[in-house]
Design a protein around this ligand. Structure first.
Ligand code: SAM
Length: 262
């Protein structure tokens, strides 16, 4: 496990050093998120498949299909147990694959169940403070991770920093979105059924109550595109609803001008 840490461990510690009240709140939030995922790491993959009726596998393949053919260096930030990066790697694209997450039990679960360390380079790192040089990657993917960040803009600026100009950010996410006639059944499923299944099979009903709460609090797709533009991404953004808009695939490109990470 020591190899997870390296520079990522220090990056994580720095990110948790609050500089002001907002930073303090973000740090508390990040610690709670890390503890929550530590608690469900062992059942995470099984619960994912169960709760999404297996649709999650198709969403990951949809993201993988959008990766540029010529991309060489790829990062999965907030990689969890690594299902997304492993799906993307099977596309046959890319040369160097790196997976990072700030929750070591999630990385360990990925090593145990998916052999993650045999497939890709892994390290513990906070997505809001990535331990990579500027312009290190052609593509960064984030699956259902951005919603959890204490400071979304900071995370996006950091991803923008490590991307090469023209590089891709590929995101799968549950946004706060009005879903028309689907709204009521989705709300019922998320607020009633997901916590019940979490209690029955996932050991932690609180963690599965967090999913609908965090979706409700997260930005809309339109506000997310605005956040991307503030963080150094171009305005040409692919926004594609998945499975009747339950989740969304977003693909944006880094502009050539570098923005400060602070
Ligand atoms: C819902 S899981 C998604 C895991 C995986 N990407 C997937 O698609 O299944 C969210 C992951 O984001 C990680 N995470 C949340 N905030 C993070 C941060 N600030 N830095 C790094 N990882 C973070 C959590 O530890 C967790 O593994």
């Amino acid at each position: 496990m020591a190899s997870f840490r390296r520079r990522g461990y220090h990056a994580q510690t720095m990110a948790l050093s609050p500089r002001n009240t907002t930073g303090q709140q973000a740090a508390v939030h990040d610690r709670q998120i890390r503890e929550m995922f530590s608690g469900i790491a062992g059942v995470y993959d099984r619960m994912n498949g169960l709760l999404s009726f297996g649709f999650d596998a198709g969403w990951r393949r949809a993201l993988a299909a959008q990766i540029d053919d010529q991309a060489q260096d790829l990062l999965d930030a907030c990689c969890g147990t690594g299902e997304l990066i492993l799906t993307a790697k099977r596309s046959g694209k890319g040369q160097r694959w790196v997976a990072s997450d700030f929750c070591e039990p999630m990385l360990r679960a990925g090593v145990a169940s998916n052999g993650l360390d045999r497939e890709v380079q892994i390290l513990a790192a906070d997505t809001q403070c990535l331990p990579f040089e500027d312009e290190s990657f052609d593509a960064v993917m984030v699956g259902f991770g951005l919603r959890n960040l204490g400071d979304l803009d900071k995370g996006l600026r950091e991803i923008s920093r490590v991307l090469r100009p023209g590089g891709q950010l590929l995101v799968l996410e549950f946004f706060h979105v009005e879903r028309g006639w689907m709204e009521a059944p989705i709300r019922f499923y998320l607020s009633q059924i997901v916590p019940l299944l979490g209690r029955l099979f996932g050991q932690s009903p609180d963690a599965y109550r967090y999913l609908p709460q965090s979706m409700g609090r997260f930005v809309s797709p339109r506000a997310f595109v605005e956040a991307l533009e503030r963080s150094g991404f171009g305005s040409q953004v692919l926004l594609r609803p998945q499975t009747a808009g339950i989740s969304h695939l977003v693909v944006a490109r880094r502009q050539s001008k570098v923005l400060s990470s602070n």
